[in-house]
Ligand binder design. Structure first.
Ligand code: CA
Ligand code: CA
Ligand code: CA
Ligand code: CA
Length: 347
């Protein structure tokens, strides 16, 4: 008798065993988790890149504007009123640059444009707020072409070359060694300015050695951080230029001994080192050779995975010692030679 194998198809298993199922699920979850982590990482990286690119673009655009304006400082106006600043060691600096917008170039009048102040300028002390400057109306159309630039009252017709809320620079064009004063315009007509002086001053006239004074005032672009530094707003004449700005520092380089070389890093480079402050009252703008500014901008949002990132100090700014805060930063330092200073008559 022969044994036969059971007829019919061999028994086939259908479905998975529990072990197989568990193995498959855990493999799948590893794959999903890995993909998710990689996506999250990529997303984070792209946010950081985006933030940093945004900051870099902002810094470049703003610094281009400031560089261009510093290069034009003193355009057509006396050297004495070309530039002014307020230096600080515990906060951002402020910069005033003579404005070229209201001016149509005129070679015959280069170095001569600017409204003449006929009232007395009290020297030696900071002026009271809302100080009134009486102007010679024949000179307050800066370029004398019969047109004004600013329409402060918004009636559609420009009525004056000074912008309310904008900056001003004042100096003695006959005696530029007396220094420079600057501040904000409160009210403006062709015959009168109401101003708040916030920086610099003119030292008293020395009747024995000085020429008869010739006080002149010009409109200025005022670069400053708005009020509380925490806002991070850098403004030009009250208009927003950039947000996320940590610091704005300025230093000034002079050639007082006129040997063609910027002077040694002592008092002739005010605003560079600790204890080395710039005061516009002490400097003759005709000897100014170079202006250096630094701009520190941080990313819009902090990066929790970034353990560094702290306040960056330049020039004479004292480190506030705040420690790492997770913000990535970009800093830019630019040195600019104002081409209209020390060369009266050139454009
Ligand atoms: Ca400073
Ligand atoms: Ca004009
Ligand atoms: Ca008007
Ligand atoms: Ca020198």
């Amino acid at each position: 008798m022969r044994w036969a194998l059971p007829a019919g198809p061999a028994r086939r298993r259908s479905g998975f065993t529990l072990i197989e199922l568990m193995l498959a699920v855990s493999l799948l979850s590893i794959v999903i988790l890995g993909t998710f982590e990689s996506l999250t990482r990529q997303h984070k990286t792209s946010i950081v890149t985006e933030n940093v690119v945004e900051v870099q673009q902002n810094v470049r655009a703003i610094s281009y504007l400031i560089e261009r304006e510093i290069r034009m400082a003193g355009f057509m106006v006396p050297n004495a009123v070309s530039i002014c600043g307020i230096d600080s060691i515990n906060g951002p600096d402020e910069l005033f640059i003579s404005e070229s917008e209201p001016i149509v170039p005129d070679n015959a009048r280069a170095g001569d444009m600017g409204a003449r102040v006929t009232s007395n300028w009290t020297t030696g002390n900071a002026l009271p707020a809302n100080f009134v400057l009486t102007l010679d109306g024949a000179t307050s159309d800066l370029d004398g072409d019969g047109n004004y630039f600013y329409d402060n009252d918004g009636n559609g017709t420009p009525e004056v070359d000074f912008r309310v809320g904008g900056g001003f620079i004042l100096g003695d064009m006959a005696n530029p060694h007396r220094g420079t004063a600057c501040g904000i315009v409160q009210q403006a007509t062709p015959t009168q300015l109401v101003v708040v002086q916030t920086g610099g001053n003119l030292v008293p006239l020395n009747p024995a050695t000085d020429a008869a004074e010739e006080i002149v005032v010009v409109p200025a672009a005022h670069y400053a951080m708005n009020g509380a530094v925490a806002t991070g707003r850098l403004e030009r004449n009250g208009d927003l230029l950039a947000q996320g700005v940590d610091d704005f520092q300025i230093s000034f380089f002079f050639d007082v001994d006129d040997d063609g070389v910027i002077d040694a890093p002592t008092a002739e480079e005010p605003g560079t080192l600790a204890g080395n402050l710039y005061d516009a009252a002490n400097w003759d703008n005709t000897t100014l050779k170079e202006v250096r500014f630094s701009l520190v901008v941080r990313t819009r949002s902090g990066d929790p995975d970034f353990n560094n990132g702290a306040f960056m100090t330049f020039e004479n700014r004292v480190d506030p010692g705040l420690g790492p805060d997770g913000f990535r930063r970009r800093a830019l330092v630019a040195a600019v030679r104002p081409r209209n200073i020390g060369t009266i008559g050139s454009i």
